[in-house]
Design a protein around this ligand. Structure first.
Ligand code: FES
Ligand SMILES: [Fe+2]
Length: 413
């Protein structure tokens, strides 16, 4: 249970200055972390994995955050289930390995067993009036959309269709239901989830920290990071012109163009856009050449880059031939897992159709560099000398994220 009073938190929220970073407590305090977790992460639809992670009946993986653990498992008829990993007898964890294959879920404590669909299979020596039907596993809200597994921990989840609608055309363009995982990597990061996301919301740090990213995305794009037309960065006339020319060319191919962002405050914080890669590159690779066979609804390679943020906790970054999907998982007050999943066309063969190192090159190097700068940032923020600092013109997206966070938090208090 949290010990910070809601009045105190409200007072603290109202003291935050626009255009500055947050007070220290927001990046360090265990009580605020618990409130954050319940208000945000456990209250949003979160993409947690691609269906190809569990291809066979009985394949499962655990998704864990805070005190919560969910078993995501493939049942018969290819249906995917999400069950809370809490035995209905006396509450033990049922699955303790991070992933595996199980035809029956057996609790290690007193051996109650559950079918893949969560119903009880057997419970020994229970009284005559024990009704098995009442003691199935608690279900977690789940939605499989375009091959992407989303869950929502809320007892009253937002309507999924309403949530996904504004970004759906951008996602569906890449036909991720016909993709497979080429690689998956977790980057445990010693940093509060907001500090981790602050870093992801700005490209002020890209020049000093990300030579690989700056090679693929040109300086003008980086300057106007967040989309030229969204003006969340520094307005760049030359990038806007290049975007306009590219839009015209791509529209003539019948491909999607455009941008989406929340024009007004809402409980969501969604965004989507398509932009050209730098210098006529066809993919997010070192030499700009294709990384893998074409995927999605593209008639031909258009050298575009689709960025979708269905919530602050996910980024779907997609070229014509592969996709890099991010999940930011708050694990503790100063601990966040950054999980990356790289997808390619389901028929692509590693070593023949794509070179894995070439494909993961940019985001692997960039995420390792981000981990380092976030961790150094967190160490400084823990110091008694930390005070909120002023944001630059290239950190407008960070400021918007911070404003959204405070407003949303205030509404829940
Ligand atoms: S706690 Fe699971 S069988 Fe007893
Ligand atoms: Fe970065």
């Amino acid at each position: 249970m949290t010990t910070i009073s809601l009045d105190k938190l409200k007072e603290l929220v109202e003291l935050q200055r626009p255009g500055y970073t947050l007070d220290q407590q927001f990046y360090t305090d265990p009580d605020i972390f618990e409130i954050d977790l319940n208000t945000f992460f456990l209250n949003h639809w979160i993409f947690i994995g691609h269906i190809s992670r569990i291809p066979n009946i009985g394949d499962y993986f655990l998704f864990e955050t805070g005190n919560e653990s969910v078993i995501v498992i493939r049942g018969t008829n290819n249906q995917i289930y999400a069950h809370h990993n809490v035995c209905r007898h006396r509450g033990s964890r049922i699955c303790v390995e991070n992933n595996g294959n199980k035809k029956v879920l057996v609790c290690p404590y007193h051996a109650w067993s559950y079918n893949i669909d969560g119903s009880i299979k057997s419970a020994r020596l229970m009284p005559e009036n024990f009704n098995k039907d009442e003691w199935g596993l608690h279900k977690c809200n789940l939605r499989v959309y375009e091959g992407l597994i989303f869950i929502n921990f809320s007892d009253h989840p937002d309507d999924f269709n309403e949530f996904i609608k504004p970004t759906s055309l951008f996602i569906e363009l890449h036909d991720l239901s016909n993709a497979k995982i080429a690689h998956r990597e977790v980057y445990p990061t010693y940093g509060n989830w907001k500090l981790t996301l602050d870093n992801f919301h700005e490209c002020y740090h890209c020049q000093p920290s990300h030579p690989e990213y700056c090679q693929v995305h040109d300086a003008e794009y980086i300057l106007s990071f967040g989309g030229g037309s969204q003006s969340s960065g520094v307005e760049s006339k030359s990038f806007n012109k290049r975007l306009e020319d590219w839009n015209n060319k791509v529209q003539s191919l019948g491909h999607l163009t455009g941008v989406y962002y929340e024009k007004e405050f809402s409980q969501y914080s969604r965004s989507a856009e398509r932009t050209p890669l730098s210098g006529g590159r066809l993919s997010e690779t070192k030499d700009g050449k294709p990384a893998a066979p074409l995927m999605g609804k593209f008639k031909e390679r258009d050298g575009g880059y689709t960025s979708v943020g269905p919530s602050p906790f996910n980024s779907l970054l997609m070229c014509n031939d592969f996709a890099t999907l991010f999940t930011f998982i708050p694990k503790g007050p100063i601990e966040t897992d950054v999980e990356l999943t790289w997808l390619v066309h389901k028929d692509a063969v590693e070593g023949k159709d794509y070179d894995l190192q070439n494909m993961v090159w940019m985001w692997d190097k960039t995420t390792i560099a981000d981990k380092k700068i976030i961790e150094d940032n967190q160490k400084g923020v823990l110091s008694k000398k930390y005070k909120p600092g002023p944001l630059s013109k290239m950190e407008k997206s960070l400021d918007s994220f911070k404003t959204w966070y405070l407003r949303r938090l205030l509404l829940s208090i």
